[in-house]
Design a binder for this molecule. Structure first.
Ligand code: SAH
Ligand code: SF4
Length: 377
């Protein structure tokens, strides 16, 4: 697994090796040295991902018998089920549950288990600690990027979520910009497909849409779902709302999304956070229809979820209804994000701010990030 971006996490956890920091083959080799077999490693990893085991040896399927002393030898060798641990759990009152996870280096991220829809629970996972993109309406961008998550730290979120609910779908829509941590996100989702048994099409990556990264995702041959956070149809407003995309025209983002849809035969989900008086005029929907109307896509209008200290206002419900109606009149498939889960999911990043103590006291930036990194080429 590619853990190059997690050097600080690795240093802090030097004495232990989390089970998912190894590829399956590496884990099998390690356990073979300790007197176990491939079948035992697979059973331990399945217990974590399919049964929510948080400790080695917990929740094994019936019929799995580990050799005597294997668990003790694995522990003595520093192998642990997870490098991260739940430190807070906040029910949102609508059936969703936000989990704060403490990482090996003391940082925190969060994942949110969403209530079942058609019997299937989803989890919203984070890809970075913080986010460098700096969208002025989003709590996750406050303070910029701290570091990328390692692949195993992303996989572990699935295991922690599985301990709470029978998770069958996921969105990489928590803290961070997944396509800026491309290799680790893809490596983690590959493990989830192979070992948790989730279909790739049920794993949706949400991104602001760096064109080169979207094309790379298509070229990788993976069939993960793709959501593009658009929020604006004009370049000037988009640069304001998604500062790191300065210099990348909206039409280039949409062209990359279209290429992805053609390559994967998938349907792009466009996200449009509705900010009162900023991007909620009906004329924007006409332009939106021109931009995204020609290929399989749908548009999700998300009423902005208030973040304290930020100079935006949520839209009136009537306006959101009007935007959805107009989009449908123009032939788009359009939805208003379901209410369920909003409180937990849309407020991305806020639990982390609460948990990281001192950092929570920093006033949120509302105009631009401290540095404005260039989009990846
Ligand atoms: N960085 C990625 C994924 C994480 S953000 C992205 O931007 O797509 C996931 C979604 O939550 C994005 O569509 C984002 O615009 C939205 N979001 C962030 N803060 C929000 C808020 N306060 N209210 C509503 N949606 C928000
Ligand atoms: Fe980062 Fe997404 Fe939040 Fe923008 S909306 S700051 S890209 S997490």
């Amino acid at each position: 697994m590619n853990d190059r971006d997690s050097s600080s996490a690795a240093t802090a956890a030097a004495a232990t090796t989390p089970l998912f920091a190894l590829t399956l083959a590496e884990a099998e080799a390690r356990v073979a040295e300790l007197g176990g077999r491939a079948v035992h490693v697979r059973a331990l990893r399945r217990a974590a991902l399919r049964r929510g085991a948080r400790e080695l040896g917990e929740a094994l399927e019936t019929g799995v018998a580990l050799p005597a002393g294997l668990l003790a030898r694995m522990r003595a060798a520093g192998l642990v089920a997870s490098s991260s641990h739940p430190v807070a759990s906040a029910p949102a009152g609508d059936g969703s549950q936000k989990l704060g996870l403490r990482l090996a280096d003391g940082r925190t991220v969060e994942c949110v288990v969403l209530p079942a829809e058609k019997g299937l629970h989803s989890v919203c996972v984070s890809s970075q600690v913080g986010c460098p993109v700096g969208c002025p309406f989003c709590a996750s961008g406050v303070g910029g990027l701290v570091r990328n998550l390692a692949a195993h730290e992303i996989v572990e979120q699935f295991a922690h979520a599985r301990a709470v609910a029978d998770v069958r779908r996921a969105v990489v829509m928590g803290i961070g910009e997944p396509l800026l941590n491309f290799e680790n996100v893809v490596a983690a989702l590959d493990v989830v497909v192979a070992e948790m048994g989730l279909a790739p099409t049920r794993l949706v990556i949400s991104s602001v849409g760096f064109p080169e990264r979207v094309r790379r995702l298509a070229a990788s041959g993976r069939r993960f779902g793709l959501a593009i956070s658009l929020h604006a149809v004009g370049d000037d407003l988009r640069e304001r709302l998604v500062p790191m995309m300065k210099g990348v025209p909206v039409r280039d983002v949409v062209a990359a999304a279209r290429a992805w849809a053609e390559a994967t035969r998938g349907r792009v989900q466009f996200e449009y956070v509705v900010l009162a008086g900023v991007n909620d005029d009906l004329a924007a929907v006409d332009e939106l229809a021109r931009l995204v109307g020609g290929f399989p896509s749908y548009v999700n209008f998300i009423p902005w979820n208030r973040v304290e200290g930020m100079d935006f206002a949520p839209p009136d419900e009537a306006r959101v209804v009007a935007l959805v109606r107009r989009a449908r009149e123009l032939g788009l498939v359009a939805t208003r994000r379901r209410t369920l889960g909003d409180a937990a999911a849309a407020a991305c990043g806020q639990l982390r701010r609460g948990l990281e103590g001192a950092r929570a006291a920093e006033p949120p930036r509302v105009t631009s990030p401290p540095s404005r990194p260039r989009p990846p080429s």
